[in-house]
Design a protein around this ligand. Sequence first.
Ligand code: AMP
Ligand code: TRP
Length: 332
Amino acid sequence: MRELYFSGIQPTGSLHLGNYLGALKQWVKLQREKDCIFSIVDLHAITIPQDPVELREDIFRVFALYMAAGIDVNRNIVFVQSQIKEHVELSWCLSCITPMGWMNRMTQFKDKVQKNADNATLGLYSYPILMAADILLYRSTHVPVGNDQKQHVELTRDVAQLFNNRFKTDLFPIPEPVIPEVGARVMSLRDGTKKMSKSNDSDMSRINLTDDDDLIRKKIQKAKTDSDPIPSHITELQNRTEPLNLVSIFAAIIGCDEQEILNRYSGQNFSNFKKDLADAIINEIAPIRNKYEEIMSDKISLVKLINQSNEKARNIAEFTMQMVKQCMGLYI
Ligand code: AMP
Ligand code: TRP
């Protein structure tokens, strides 16, 4: 069977190390072996209130960051979600077959509403269906995402199955989530129980891909740890959430497993470790930041590129949507 990998990131605020290790770094590896589609999911971004001026600029920023991180926009399809109207069309069609009970199980919606009751909009509630539409519109077979998105991909599988059964078709492949072994869940530098996130009020809680070297050093130096030395075995880190997070970040950055990091630093306190960790992060991120600035300095070329890339996605999306209409008995 043909394989197609689909993923997306919301253009809200600057991308951080969690996005990089959980998503972008994996994508760059993947694109060498697989057919890939990467989206900038701006329709998802508006499920939470956004400043319109910032949002429009963030779409450019994320596209430029994709490229700077090494995504090849000629080899893959990279596009802006709201430019392809079929995402909303398919989302509506899928929402008409999805039982509300399935939606009520989505933990991310509950978390976001718990954080802020104003978030309780219909759009945020139905967001997982829009995500299912993103994936199924391209009849994707694999979805590389961080751990937090696994439940949404599982819902997508159920919806795809339901559609195929209901309309006696095999239009939609049942997509597999692809979760990286390391880097799947990068935690806040200030609180090891919370995900590193764009929406955290404290900028010190995350490393942004656009942070300069000094700021990265400062953030790692200030990252929360504890007073015990670095242990020799990974099991001894299980209840030390902040140190475990830093060790995981280190492993994900240099591409080894966590135990190898412990072998190198066990018995030491965190000061040496943190210096080396900051260097490793800078080594990886500084070239991305420089490339990003270069791309952003030529907005005209960037706009041209985005418009061309959108076109490639449109062709596939239009075809699938025709098939969906055919299956469901809509006018074609
Ligand atoms: P978002 O920033 O929520 O649009 O997420 C974009 C991608 O980055 C998704 O694949 C997420 O699973 C991944 N991601 C976001 N935050 C983290 C994190 N703290 N650790 C690992 N992956 C993350
Ligand atoms: N919901 C994802 C997130 O917040 C982003 C996303 C939207 C996505 N559509 C997608 C990821 C389709 C993978 C596939 O991270």
